[in-house]
Design a protein around this ligand. Structure first.
Ligand code: C2E
Ligand code: MG
Ligand code: MG
Length: 710
């Protein structure tokens, strides 16, 4: 039974509905057919019995009628002469024969006990009457009419009357039997009505049961499916439609559950893509923000790390090497963070973009944060091998916490750490805490800025010169002009204090013009004694975007009668990349004046070598971070060699900045670097000392020296 039920439940819904409704229709048809046949048979039966009843009653009445006819004929016999009697006898016999025939037929037809009894009585009465009238006839034919008459009136007429009464009694009994039959028929009709009503009720119950089952099997699961769908739409992917079975609803439930699972796994994938960095497998910026949202900002500190020279590794060793470097750095950082976690410190390590990693530290004071930074420094100190090349990793750290601005949120802290990294890069420092520009400092910078124009006009902006040495001849090939502000109240101000601010606020042009003029005056002065020497001026991106800049330089050169062929402009990689389309025509116009260009701090920006090769650049200045200690580690030496080779392959002279030791100088010479600049050769010289320096270091002109044209 249970098996049968299960098979029924698992049958397809449409089959079950079709079977159910089919059964219902069959029931209904059955009820109708039954009703019609019942009523037809009842009608036929009642018609038949009524016909028979009527005939029987007619016969009983005919018996009465023939008995009376026989009596009348007998009376006629009594008074008629012989000849007349001969004519009457056949009629008397015919009447009597009719009575006999009718009684014989009634004996066949009557079945009711009362009527049977009455018929027997009638038959006896007829026999008595026949005996009487037989004796009367004998007396008549014996010629004794008076005895015959006396006998007829004494015995014959009472016998006839009894016969008539018996037939009346039979008629009454038959009428009662007919009435009884009618009643039986009525009750049979009533029974049939009840039967049909019961059958209709069963069909109705079956229909109700079917409707209830259908509702249960269709409406309830659909309601459950709707609830589950609402939950899934609300993000609860664990919700499942609790409907079993193999019918259409069961299949729909299975499909919905499969869909919920698919949506959940797809959402997990999206979540993974949205919140996890694919390269390192670390949380990304979004994830970091999400995690930080739940933490109190006052308890947070941020260590942000930027992988120095990543761009150079990408450019020179390829992106695969860059990716491998980042993966290895991520692994090492992860090892530091997990050891910290073991010590119960709550930290989140994330990769934000490119070479920028961040650690969000919870409940750590500045000392602990700095210790952690030191630990990271130790861990990344060992060179990493990428694509078969050893690479030295240097991280620049920006640190921030809520100490300067209590209540600052995690996003604010991340921004501060980023600013601290910028500050480090600008000041060439390895790490720094973010120091917000306080009102005093801001006011100081603003007041400096407002007095910058006056300073330029009043000769407060001095150009100090740092020599560049040719590594082939050993001679000084030129000098880089570095601004110093001799402030009447504050003394000598280094460029780091006002150049970035002047660049950000668009005031750098004042400095550039002053420096270009100073460089041209110097070149004009040297044109007699040291005509081969060059002077390089640091030019900012804003200068080369200035449409009047080219004319201004030309006019100054004319005014001071200075050789523009000895003027160099140093531009940082980033400024070249900033606005490539606008920069190129200006560079070409300046190049036509004879000025040559150098790329400053190469390796720290994001330049594309393919793009650099399209620029009119003749010198590549390697940032000092690549030079420092290059003679002591193999990896740094390999990188330096590659950069020098790349510079040469682009047709550029290569100058190394920040050379501080003889070892570095010897290495650079060995690697084929063209020039060197740095404290080892000379610190930047104030204008008064330049002449002496040249006289000591440059005993004779070296116009033919290999570096003379650079
Ligand atoms: P830069 O153009 O890369 O200049 C080289 C900087 O490195 C100079 O710092 C110089 O003093 C320093 N330096 C040279 N040799 C060594 C060395 O052996 N070891 C170390 N540790 N440092 C060395 P300075 O003069 O403070 O200039 C800093 C930056 O300021 C310059 O970097 C340049 O970007 C900018 N700057 C300087 N003068 C001007 C200027 O007139 N105009 C513009 N736009 N920027 C300028
Ligand atoms: Mg420079
Ligand atoms: Mg530089």
């Amino acid at each position: 039974m249970h098996k049968l039920l299960t098979r029924w439940r698992n049958r397809r819904l449409w089959v079950r509905l079709a079977l159910g409704f089919g059964a219902l229709v069959v029931m209904m048809v059955l009820v109708v057919v039954l009703a019609v046949t019942q009523f037809q048979s009842l009608a036929a039966a009642s018609e038949q019995s009524m016909g028979r009843d009527l005939q029987r009653m007619l016969r009983v009445q005919q018996v009465r009628h023939h008995a009376q006819g026989h009596g009348s004929a007998m009376a006629l016999l009594l008074t008629s002469p012989r000849i007349e009697r001969e004519r009457i006898y056949p009629a008397v016999d015919a009447e009597y024969a009719e009575i006999d025939r009718l009684l014989a037929e009634l004996a066949q037809e009557i079945s009711a006990p009362e009527s049977t009894r009455r018929l027997t009585d009638l038959t006896q009465r007829r026999t008595q009457y026949r005996e009487t009238f037989a004796e009367v006839v004998t007396l008549i034919e014996g010629g004794d009419p008076s005895s015959a008459s006396a006998m007829f009136f004494r015995l014959g007429q009472p016998a006839l009357l009894a016969l008539v009464e018996a037939s009346d009694a039979l008629l009454a009994s038959e009428q009662a039997a007919v009435a009884e039959n009618q009643r039986a028929l009525q009750s049979q009709i009533a029974r049939s009505e009840w039967q049909l009503a019961a059958l209709a009720l069963v069909a109705l119950l079956l229909a109700a049961l079917l409707a209830w089952r259908t509702t249960l099997r269709v409406a309830r699961p659909l309601r459950l499916a709707q609830l589950a769908a609402q939950k899934i739409a609300g993000g609860d992917y664990s919700a499942r439609v609790q409907v079993r079975g193999e019918d259409e609803i069961g299949k729909m439930a299975q499909a919905m559950n499969a869909m919920a699972q698919a949506v959940a796994s797809r959402e997990a994938d999206i979540e993974q893509l949205a919140y996890v960095d694919r390269l390192s497998g670390l949380p990304n910026r979004n994830m970091l923000r999400r995690l930080a949202r739940d933490l109190s900002p006052n308890r947070l500190s941020v260590i942000m790390m930027d992988v120095a020279r990543l761009r150079t590794v990408n450019e020179i060793l390829g992106f695969e090497a860059g990716d491998s470097l980042l993966t290895q750095i991520a692994q090492r950082l992860r090892s530091v963070v997990s050891s910290q976690l073991e010590q119960g410190r709550d930290q989140v390590l994330a990769r934000l973009a490119g070479g920028v990693f961040t650690i969000l530290c919870v409940e750590m004071d500045r000392e602990a944060v700095e210790r952690l930074r030191g630990r990271i420094e130790e861990v990344v100190a060992t060179p990493m091998v990428c694509n078969g090349h050893e690479v030295d990793v240097q991280l620049i750290y920006g640190l921030s916490d809520a100490t300067p601005a209590p209540g600052m949120d995690a996003t604010g802290l991340l921004l501060c750490a980023e600013l601290a990294i910028d500050e480090c890069k600008r000041l060439k420092r390895a790490w720094a805490w973010h120091v917000p520009l306080d009102d005093k400092l801001r006011a100081r910078q603003l007041s400096l800025l407002s007095s910058l124009r006056r300073a330029a006009g009043g000769g407060e902006l001095e150009m100090w010169l740092q020599p560049k040495q040719c590594l082939v001849s050993g001679h000084i090939s030129g000098m880089e002009g570095l601004v110093r502000w001799r402030h009447p109240e504050r003394g000598l101000i280094a460029p780091g204090e006002f150049i970035p601010f002047a660049e950000r606020t668009g005031h750098i042009g004042v400095v550039t013009r002053a420096m270009v003029e100073a460089a041209l005056i110097t070149l004009a002065r040297w044109s007699d004694g040291f005509p081969e020497l060059t002077v390089a001026v640091n030019v900012s991106t804003l200068d080369i975007r200035d449409a009047l800049f080219v004319d201004h330089v030309r006019a100054l050169a004319l005014r001071h009668k200075a050789p523009l062929a000895q003027l160099r402009f140093e531009i940082t990689e980033s400024s070249l990349m900033d606005d490539a389309e606008r920069v190129l025509p200006v560079l070409n116009a300046l190049r036509e004046l004879g000025i040559r260009f150098s790329i400053d701090d190469f390796g720290t920006g994001y330049s594309s070598l393919a793009y650099l090769s399209r620029l009119p650049v003749s010198e590549l200045k390697i940032d000092r971070s690549f030079v420092a200690g290059a003679d002591t580690t193999g990896a740094a030496e390999a990188l330096l060699r590659t950069i020098i080779d790349v510079g040469h392959s682009l047709g550029m002279a290569v100058t190394a900045e920040g050379v501080e030791t003889a070892g570095e100088l010897a290495l650079l010479a060995r690697l084929g670097c063209d020039q060197a600049q740095g404290y080892l050769i000379s610190r930047p010289l104030d204008p008064a000392m330049v002449q002496n320096f040249l006289l000591n270091r440059q005993p004779k002109q070296c116009a033919d020296a290999p570096c003379g044209g650079v």
